[in-house]
Design a protein around this ligand. Sequence first.
Ligand code: MF3
Ligand code: CO
Length: 264
Amino acid sequence: MKKYHGAYIKNEREVARLREANRMVANILDAVGDIVAPGISTMRIEELARDMCSTYKVKPAFLGYYGYPYASCCSVNEQVVHGFPSERSLEEGDIVSVDMGVEFDGFVGDAARTYPVGKVTDDVQKLLRVTEESLYVGINQAMSGNDVYAIGAAVQEYVESAGFNVVRRFVGHGVGAQMHEKPEVPNFKPGMRGLTLQNGMVIAIEPMVTLGTYEVDILDDKWTAVTRDGKWAAHFEHSIAITPQGPRILSVSDRGLNRHTIDS
Ligand code: MF3
Ligand code: CO
């Protein structure tokens, strides 16, 4: 595969396989949205994700990745990312961030959404909406000729003007045959120039937004990231191809692109 400063440039056939992997991920996330409700456990989400991987005959991309023990990440409330599915029941008013990845025909799909459990407070609803909107603000910068850091600069500006904060510890990434490829895609503005985006690059943009501090801690399980102040966090992720026609969202389900916390 052709490379540009360490980032792989995908051809049309490779982008088509990434599209298929991401379509499956988005279908799984739609199905998760159908079952999220007060009283279900996050392990139920994990089971659904694994069942759909078997149906699609694809490998869950996270399972075994640096020893990660599950197919999905289910992060509840103050958990930011990389939470373990568990028998804990979701309660009315909670939020759960579900991150899912699959490997199809040698290519990885990666996307995430945060779901409200029943009715959430207005503050929390706004957190979800601003986080999801910030993802689209970032996607609008994902075009050939732009500095990759323009994405994070736009995300950060948008999130902070809404009164929230973006997590620095974790970043988006190039995605392809490997889940994590170059370039890194921060959700904030680093004080330097980054790589110039090129047509054929595929990146995962994944803002993590908090109601309070952007500082996170990792729990003793070595994975679960929680906010240092215990305030809640949301996470939305799409995989995007950079094309001559502009950004193309690959993680679109058979139901279409649903911006579920926006326009509501
Ligand atoms: N979407 C996350 C990421 O891009 C998922 C990784 S979870 C892991 O980093 F367990 F696989 F690490
Ligand atoms: Co990712």
